[in-house]
Design a protein around this ligand. Structure first.
Ligand SMILES: *Cc1c(COP(=O)(O)O)cnc(C)c1O
Length: 370
């Protein structure tokens, strides 16, 4: 790739669709007999669901999860009729009819959602497909154990609902030593034992790595598809997916004792060279990376010095010879050398938040995915 960008944007974001598809295939291979879905909510974790979902469909994926029904409706025309699209939040009150109208399957999370969907099926005069979520420890979405007992006790509550899947969600799957994993597995098995025999789904990305007990019939990976490490503290087996390069818009030499940026949070200890890059917290370069972030120029690490601004960051570029780094030069802000998880750790957050914060001012380009 060239040292200079051809765009007026402040940064260039390259998303490797082939790497996403390879990650999906690697997860599927790990699953053995179980099917592998793809979670493409939040615009495929900020990477562009309109590009990511069709690429995964071409790779063979047939199950897609989003959060909101509107996310599903916008993806539906891009996927073949044999693809299932599920909305994790289920239906907002009154919007139930959108689901059969658009070929989207709701995840029913409460007795209220179940009742409203059942009523819709009655009006349609036929069974309608849905997923039932049971809560096994997140206390966020899904039927509680007593609510599940009501469904078990009254078969009429599921009348007209064509149950495609029973699912639950893991609390801390990225930590294999957490006893919560096993506890949730046991609760999930118990819940399945109370319901009619139907396909089951428990694992997110990290859950796949907890072993075959957690695989059931369908896994729902998101983050690992996009290169985030699925197991905390272990080597990352996933391929890197993004490269984010910010553009230098000014360089300057400063004397020892010169302070840089808002509130003068950094002062040069020796004569230094500062490069100003056209990416800031408005682009998702989190302000918590002030005095903590690292960028790279042709593999040379350049620390972020001073506070992150709305539209710019300042780097100590003293390590690069002056004639090499100039206005227009591109600096790696996230790349295989400095992956999303490493950026997240410096920012005090998780890779998920780095990805979903990626700005919409970037010039985006996509590799592969055909
Ligand atoms: C977001 C989400 C997933 C995907 O989780 P990852 O950790 O990104 O793999 C799976 N299931 C549910 C219910 C989710 O909300």
């Amino acid at each position: 790739m060239s040292k200079h960008s051809q765009t007026n944007a402040g940064a260039v974001l390259v998303v490797d669709l082939d790497a996403i598809c390879n990650n999906w295939r690697a997860l599927r291979a790990r699953l053995g007999g179980a099917q592998c879905a793809a979670v493409v909510k939040a615009d495929a974790y900020g990477l562009g669901a309109q590009r990511v979902a069709p690429a995964l469909y071409r790779a063979g994926c047939r199950h897609f999860f989003v959060a909101h029904v509107d996310e599903a409706i916008s993806l539906r025309p891009l996927l073949g009729a044999d693809a299932s699209l599920y909305a994790l939040h289920g239906s907002p009150p009154g919007a139930e009819a959108e689901f059969p109208a658009h070929g989207v399957v709701p995840v029913l999370n409460s007795l209220r959602q179940l009742a409203a969907f059942r009523a819709l099926a009655q009006r349609h005069g036929k069974a309608l497909p849905a997923v039932l979520q049971v809560d096994t420890g997140m206390a966020r979405l899904g039927l509680s154990a007593p609510e599940l007992e009501q469904v078990v006790a009254d078969a009429g509550l599921l009348q007209g609902v064509e149950l495609k899947l029973v699912m639950s969600h893991l609390v801390s799957a990225e930590d294999p030593s957490s006893p919560t994993n096993r506890l949730q597995l046991e609760r999930f098995r118990a819940a399945l034992g109370r319901l009619p025999t139907v396909a089951a789904s428990l694992a997110n990305s990290s859950g796949i790595f907890l072993g075959p007990d957690y695989h059931f019939d369908l896994a729902r990976p998101g983050a690992a598809l996009y290169g985030v490490a699925p197991v905390g503290g272990a080597d990352n087996p996933m391929q890197s997916v993004i490269r984010l390069r910010g553009k230098v818009i000014q360089t300057r030499s400063i004397d020892a004792g010169t302070a840089v940026g808002y509130n003068h949070r950094w002062t040069a200890a020796k004569p230094s060279r500062i490069a100003t890059v056209a990416v800031g917290y408005a682009d998702g370069y989190l302000r918590s990376l002030s005095n903590r972030g690292t960028a790279h120029f042709e593999g040379i690490p350049l620390p972020v010095v001073g506070n992150v601004s709305m539209d710019t960051i300042t780097l100590d570029a003293s390590a690069v010879p002056e004639d090499q780094l100039q206005e227009g030069s591109l600096i790696d802000l996230a790349c295989p050398l400095n992956p999303v998880d490493a950026v997240a750790e410096r920012a005090g957050t998780i890779g998920y938040e780095i990805l979903t914060s990626l700005g919409n001012r970037y010039a985006r380009s996509y590799l592969g995915g055909e």
